[in-house]
Design a protein around this ligand. Structure first.
Ligand SMILES: [Zn+2]
Length: 389
């Protein structure tokens, strides 16, 4: 699980990291950047394993090509109990140390079950200041001989200014035998000093075939279902997971609770589609009722997921309108989608609808009331739709 060659795609980051390892030029700070759910988390763990593996795999020239995955250090890293691997994670607000520890372990459990899972939440997530300070304190002590300490600051865009300050001090005076890994969606949002002091490595979207192979191998689902999920994920395995028919962990025996969760996920895309369908119905109160009844949640993450799916239905309507049948990703809804797109007479209206959704997603991030926000959006979208003759 934690070995480099198990990671789908990311040939360039793999090559860069192995290259620096074999030439003895490992940077003291790396910045892994790229979309959510493309493998930055797994690469960070793999790098930790490569730096600490007791018996790495080598090619005929003696160059390291991967960690072994089975020595004590490799196993501890994969199990998140390697004492020299430190994490600064984005967490929801918490009252005390006990709550912090619970949330921290919960985050790791989620990532252990599915490393591509994109952790979102109704509450705002931030990298706690205390975590950054604690890491700085731990880094003052040298790691035991023969071990490299790896510090992962995950999702830097969720870092508060005060945490960034302690991190900056850490990066400016790199502690001995320590590699710091920062991850971010886009380096542009980070302080210039952080950017200039780290080696930046870009993580590209994962190819359709690699994403499909991962989903099939891990979830044992039929290829056509994996293909739909991967297309909807658009290069992000983490996003593709939102469209999976069975989000169960194959290593766990199927319990009633698990299949219930699976059922919920199956119906999520269908529910989002029914809500979307409501936008095209005759009267507004009925449309709002449909949306509210199906949503049954005031969770920001849920509403964001619904809107992400609406964007994809809208994209399909545009494909349908311009005869690009091959471009339709939600092929199971193609009949309805054809019908909806026939109602839109002017292509400008498509961009207005897309814009409305985008604005609402941005509004949600500023903590608008999610349930009200989607209702208001539905009213605005219906106004645009009904402008067509
Ligand atoms: Zn090993």
């Amino acid at each position: 699980m934690s070995t480099l060659n198990d990671i789908p795609g990311q040939a360039t980051p793999k090559k860069i990291l192995l290259g620096s390892l074999n030439s003895g030029k490992v940077a003291s700070t790396y910045l892994f950047y790229g979309d959510d759910g493309v493998g930055k988390w797994r690469m960070a763990l793999s790098l930790a394993a490569l730096l600490n593996c007791e018996k790495p795999a080598r090619d005929t020239e003696g160059k390291v090509i991967d960690a072994c995955g089975i020595c004590r250090n490799c196993r501890q890293i994969a199990g998140f109990n390697f004492p020299e691997m430190l994490f600064a994670l984005p967490l929801p607000p918490h009252k005390n140390d006990k709550e912090y520890t619970e949330l921290f372990l919960e985050f790791l459990r989620t990532k252990k079950a599915e490393p591509y899972h994109i952790v979102t939440g109704a509450r705002q997530l931030t990298i706690p200041i205390d975590a950054a300070r604690e890491i700085k304190r731990k880094c003052a002590i040298r790691p035991p001989a023969g071990l490299k300490r790896v510090v992962l600051f995950y999702q830097m865009e969720k870092m508060l200014q005060a945490s960034a300050d302690s991190l900056l001090k850490l990066i400016e005076e790199p502690p001995p035998e320590t590699v710091i890994i920062l991850t971010a969606n886009s380096p542009g949002n980070l302080l210039p000093t952080l950017q200039s002091r780290s080696q930046k490595i870009r993580f590209a979207p994962v190819s359709q075939s690699e994403a499909v192979a991962y989903l099939i191998k891990r979830y044992r689902i039929p290829e056509e279902k994996a293909a739909i999920a991967a297309r909807l994920g658009r290069g992000s395995i983490g996003k593709a997971l939102n469209y999976m028919p069975l989000p169960t962990d194959p290593e766990q025996p199927e319990s009633e609770e698990v299949s219930e969760a699976a059922e919920t996920a199956i119906s999520f895309r269908q529910k989002s589609f029914l809500m979307f369908k409501g936008l095209f119905s005759k009267d507004t109160p009925a449309a709002l009722d449909t949306i509210d009844n199906l949503l049954k949640s005031n969770d920001r993450g849920d509403v964001e997921r619904v809107l992400e799916q609406w964007q994809s239905f809208l994209g399909d309507m545009i494909s349908a309108k311009y005869g690009n049948q091959a471009g339709i990703v939600n092929s199971d809804f193609v009949h309805d989608i054809d019908g909806f797109s026939a109602k839109i007479y002017d292509s400008d209206l498509f961009s207005r609808l897309t814009e409305e959704i985008k604005l609402t997603v941005l509004g949600l991030r500023r903590n608008t009331h999610p349930r009200l926000a989607i209702a208001a959006l539905a009213i605005r979208m219906r106004r645009v739709i009904n402008q067509s003759p």
